[in-house]
Design a protein around this ligand. Structure first.
Ligand SMILES: Nc1ncnc2c1ncn2[C@@H]1O[C@H](COP(=O)(O)OP(=O)(O)OP(=O)(O)O)[C@@H](O)[C@H]1O
Length: 126
């Protein structure tokens, strides 16, 4: 069994990782978008299932952005010189962020947009 002190150390390292991520511009942009979507979703009174989809999309984007940042750091640690292998690795990591962002935008169009259109068309209050 793992010693509780080790568990607290691991948690502390993970929290430090979160602090490092929050100092990254791209991560902060994704975080701001996530908070905005959560506020909008609260206003739109989503169902439990709709919340589950929106929350999973938000987490997916933040996790892929975290892994992308980690890969960028690793690549920059390996070499500062131009390398075709590094270009491939970084571009593929960036593609993972793009894919998760497209998934999140698709869900936003399917779940949030119809509710916004309904409310604006019928002039209902939030
Ligand atoms: N050492 C390298 N060798 C070859 N291509 C590189 C190298 N470093 C970066 N690139 C290219 O430049 C692109 C941008 O890399 P960079 O590390 O600046 O990430 P970024 O997407 O701008 O992220 P951030 O804004 O967080 O810095 C990469 O996707 C890759 O195509």
């Amino acid at each position: 069994m793992k010693h509780p002190v080790n568990w607290f150390n691991s948690l502390n390292y993970a929290c430090n990782g979160l602090r490092l991520l929050c100092s990254e511009r791209n991560f902060r942009i994704h975080l701001l978008a996530a908070v905005s979507v959560c506020i909008l979703s609260l206003c739109l009174h989503l169902s439990t299932l709709e919340w589950a989809f929106i929350a999973s999309a938000i987490v997916l984007v933040l996790v892929t952005e975290s892994i992308n940042t980690c890969i960028e750091y690793l690549c920059d640690f390996i070499t500062a010189d131009y390398s075709f292998a590094i270009k491939k690795i970084k571009d593929i990591a960036a593609a993972a962020v793009l894919l998760s962002t497209v998934y999140a935008l698709t869900l936003a169009f399917i779940i949030l947009l119809p509710k916004i259109l309904y409310l604006t068309t019928y002039n209902y209050e939030f």
